[in-house]
Design a protein around this ligand. Structure first.
Ligand SMILES: Nc1nc2c(ncn2[C@@H]2O[C@H](COP(=O)(O)OP(=O)(O)O)[C@@H](O)[C@H]2O)c(=O)[nH]1
Ligand SMILES: [Mg+2]
Length: 290
């Protein structure tokens, strides 16, 4: 059998999690139109009997303004160290800037690298050629591939390229494993995704979701979760007028979790203010951000 680890890295919002989900043909990692949706390195396990490839989805590398951001950057770069290949995802519609140069300086030059020019659906052919040429200069040894993860274009090519360099190795995870994260992690991420989708810019970046209890019954699952915000005013925003917003968030999360567990879900959401939790090591640890 052939097996190995492949890290998916890049700036925020370029489509890393979308690519992971598309490669594995299921939702492992949440996707939103907001930057910094992914906060943890998440492994998605591809296994076709012949190959087991462990893809690591990572937080977008960005200029960090608080401890959580620094942890996220560190996690992302750390995940790209001892791997068999790096998939660097870039947004075809964005110009190369200093953030891209920082990533260029940070990544190991000795690991086989694929630069995936994603969102190719958003640009003209000449623009695509132009950005490809620029990245070939930045990554002389890398293979540059075009992709539209949204339109399912280029994923097979990437997978086949990766297979061509994956070495002989053991099956690291059970054949039917799909991720290294447990269902409690998925529950908190689904709730956070709904929050990100229903809230405006500033609030979602400063909140976290902690699952306090999951009780499995024969025909249903009871879930208690706490939404942690970092200031009082955000609590009101999350709850909304007459509790309307939190109700909408709960309904959306519950529907998706019913699909996932194939059971009826009873979801209770609480909101708790913990000032400046994004800089509090104890709370960050408690929330699983290390
Ligand atoms: N137009 C277009 N949008 C995409 C494509 N891939 C991802 N997106 C969108 O880009 C946004 C960020 O995607 P996400 O996977 O969360 O990016 P990440 O932060 O790098 O993990 C979402 O709104 C996606 O739907 C693509 O190929 N084309
Ligand atoms: Mg992501």
């Amino acid at each position: 059998m052939k097996s190995g680890f492949v890290s998916i890295v890049g700036r925020p919002n370029v489509g890393k999690s979308t690519i992971l989900n598309a490669l594995l043909e299921r939702k492992i990692s949440i996707v939103t139109e907001k930057a910094q949706t992914t906060r943890n390195a998440i492994k998605g396990i591809y296994d076709d009997g012949e190959y087991q490839i462990i893809f690591i989805d990572t937080p977008g590398i960005h200029k960090a303004h608080h401890s959580l951001g620094k942890i996220m950057n560190h996690d992302a770069l750390d995940s790209a160290k001892d791997v068999d290949a790096i998939v660097l995802v870039v947004d075809a519609s964005r110009k190369i800037d200093e953030g891209d140069m920082f990533i260029n300086e940070s990544l190991s030059k000795n690991i086989p690298t694929y630069v995936v020019i994603n969102k190719i659906d958003l640009v003209r052919i000449d623009q695509a050629q132009d950005i490809k040429a620029k990245y070939q200069v930045l990554y002389p040894k890398a293979k540059i591939l075009e992709m539209s993860a949204l339109e399912n274009f280029g994923l097979d090519t990437l997978l086949n390229e990766i297979k061509s360099i994956i070495p002989e190795g053991p099956r690291y995870f059970d054949q039917d494993a799909i991720t290294d994260k447990d269902s409690s992690f998925f529950v908190s991420e689904v709730i956070r995704e709904k929050l990100l989708n229903l809230l405006k810019e500033e609030v979602p970046h400063n909140l976290a979701v902690r699952v306090d209890e999951i009780k499995h019954k024969s025909e249903s699952v009871m879930i208690h979760a706490t939404i942690i915000v970092d200031r009082d005013s955000h609590k009101g925003i999350v709850i909304g007028k007459d509790g309307k917003r939190i109700k909408a968030i709960g309904t959306k999360a519950r529907k998706e979790l019913e699909e996932y567990f194939q059971k009826r879900i009873f979801l209770e959401l609480f909101v708790s203010v913990k000032e400046d939790w994004l800089n509090n090591p104890r709370i960050l640890k408690e929330l699983g951000y290390k």
